[in-house]
Design a protein around this ligand. Structure first.
Ligand code: FEO
Length: 433
């Protein structure tokens, strides 16, 4: 059954009133959430989102692919009931267990307790937590790349695509119809009842924004997922949020490939990149930054950049940091803390993968000098490696202390380039103070 469309009160776009056929024997039975203005608290959703669920009818079975967020359970079930009876449904595939896709699962299972549930191995523990004491009463199978489920004349083939963006994520390929169900991957928060990418408004911003905030920290895993997806002869991508991609679906895969590709790679070759950021109140930390920079630039195999964070807008630096191999932060200690712009930049790094990057800190101080240690702790929290103890200098540096700064820069560049660094052990380390 293909739905009628009618205007939704207070919203300009037509809204499907029932299930929508997206391919022969395949229906969208999801929900629109046009009033949502933020997702997971931090994501802006300027025109809402959708929770997409699908039904696939084969000659010997019916499969439900993902469900919807809990408040939309009733409309999800109504759409489902318009295209299938519960006793016909053989299969529930959960590509991702986050609650925006599984909120309706408990109620669905109460109505169709006989279905076989398919999840990734990592999805199993989340499903157990979702179903609590009822878990053991259901039939659950874990599946990995290459495993299939037959619906008679249709076959669902699973692709294990973890960490896009949870450990449990997977995709499901409807072989006979070249249709890929991707859940969060290749989705976006964009609400338009016309559903198909060739009919909805311009959602390019929403697509890239979603990638930036959901997928970007997992670029390596996105690359692995694309390696599995790209060889497929795809006619349609049916994601868990936003438009169904039936026109030029490969363009969206290509856009993901572009978004995960390092832009500097062709320019820098094997060279390592090191960024030095600093803020200075009276010029002392700036002097230190200059000397650290001088020391680091003596290395031919490290490309070093120096940036003053005074002025406040840290957003432009996030792209640079994502591609950099090492980061050094210089901050004075003011009121027992690092300077706010340094924290702004460090807190912005949650959207990118910093694991394994080199990190270091330095700064001038007047009395207590906690800022350097605080920045080091934050870098360790971001899973960066911090090979050198931070460099703190009281008040303005002397010429000898500037030479210490140069040496700090030299040693950090050597760490970055993988050259051996002679290390002097401080007595305070041995004494544990
Ligand atoms: Fe759309 Fe990760 O949930």
């Amino acid at each position: 059954m293909t739905s009628d469309f009618a205007p939704m009160a207070g919203h300009a776009h037509p809204t499907p009133q029932g299930a929508v056929q997206i391919a022969e024997g395949v229906h969208w039975i999801g929900a629109l959430d046009p009033d949502l203005r933020s997702f997971d608290i931090i994501l802006k959703t300027a025109n809402g989102t959708t929770y997409n669920s699908y039904v696939v009818r084969g000659s010997e079975g019916v499969a439900v692919i993902d469900t919807v967020k809990a408040p939309f359970t009733a409309e999800f079930l109504a759409k489902l009931e318009s295209v299938a009876r519960y006793d016909e449904i053989t299969t529930l595939v959960l590509n991702h267990l986050e609650l925006d896709h599984t909120g309706a699962v408990p109620e669905f299972l109460r109505r169709a307790p006989h279905v076989n549930i398919y999840v990734s191995p990592r999805g199993l523990q989340v499903l157990r937590a979702l179903l609590k004491d009822d878990f053991d009463s259901y039939s659950v199978t874990t599946v990995e790349t290459g495993d299939t489920v037959s619906l008679g004349d249709k076959t669902l083939r699973f692709l294990t695509t973890p960490y896009v963006h949870w450990p449990d994520t997977q995709c499901t390929w409807l072989e006979e119809q070249n249709l890929l169900f991707t859940c969060d991957l290749l989705g976006c928060h964009y609400c338009d009842g016309r559903l198909f990418n060739d009919r909805v408004g311009d959602f390019r911003f929403a697509f890239d924004y979603y990638f930036d905030h959901i997928m970007r920290p997992f670029k390596g895993y996105v690359a692995q997922a694309l390696d599995l997806i790209e060889p497929l002869e795809i006619d349609m991508i049916a994601p868990g949020h936003g438009p169904v991609l039936r026109a030029h679906p490969r363009d969206y895969i290509a856009q993901y490939r572009r978004l995960i590709t390092k832009r500097l790679a062709s320019e820098t070759g094997d060279e390592k990149t090191l960024l030095i950021f600093y803020v200075s109140a009276y010029g002392a930390t700036a002097q230190m930054a200059g000397a650290v920079y001088e020391g680091a630039t003596e290395s031919d195999d490290v490309r070093v950049s120096l940036f003053d964070l005074e002025g406040g807008d840290v957003t432009p630096f996030i792209d640079l940091i994502e591609e950099a191999d090492g980061l050094i932060f210089g901050t004075p200690t003011i009121n027992g803390d690092a300077v706010r712009t340094v924290w702004d930049l460090l807190s912005s790094l949650v959207d990118i993968d910093t694991k394994g990057k080199l990190g270091a800190a330095f700064g001038s101080y007047g009395w207590t000098g906690e800022a350097v240690g605080m920045v080091e702790s934050r870098m360790q929290g971001l899973k960066m490696r911090v090979p050198e103890k931070g460099l703190r200098i009281k008040m303005h540096p002397t010429e000898d202390e500037l030479e210490e700064c140069r040496d700090f820069g030299r040693r950090l560049a050597a760490h970055l380039a993988g050259r051996a660094v002679a290390r002097e052990i401080d007595m305070s380390e041995l004494l544990g103070s």
